[in-house]
Design a protein. Structure first.
Length: 115
């Protein structure tokens, strides 16, 4: 059984920074794409950033230049460094990873940005 555990969410003022982490554990043979999604109240879940096993990165336009995704393959962990946070970044952030060719989700971590 595979598990994704997120950490690093919280409350921050606009312009501040947070770093999210997501560690995969369990019986892992392979991890392909990893990424972060977010869902704000009343809105659909959206992809924020993704990174392939080879390190190719993709970002939604609204976070380009402010967020950075990275991964440590030795630790089976993906990170999301969020700088210059805005109130519109407030959402539950979910980690996602293709592990052993199956799609896996974390439990979500709340990020709240106050104005």
């Amino acid at each position: 059984q595979v598990q994704l555990v997120e950490s690093g969410g919280g409350l921050v003022q606009a312009g501040g920074s947070l770093r999210l982490s997501c560690a995969a554990s369990g019986t892992i043979f392979s991890i392909n794409d990893m990424g972060w999604y977010r869902q704000a109240p009343g809105k659909q879940r959206e992809l924020v950033a993704s990174i392939t096993s080879g390190g190719r990165k993709n970002y939604v336009d609204s976070v380009k230049g402010r967020f950075t995704i990275s991964r440590d393959n030795a630790k089976n962990t993906v990170y999301l460094q969020m700088n210059s946070l805005k109130p519109e970044d407030t959402a539950v952030y979910y980690c996602n990873a293709i592990i052993n060719y199956y799609n896996n989700w974390g439990q979500g971590t709340q990020v709240t940005v106050s104005s």
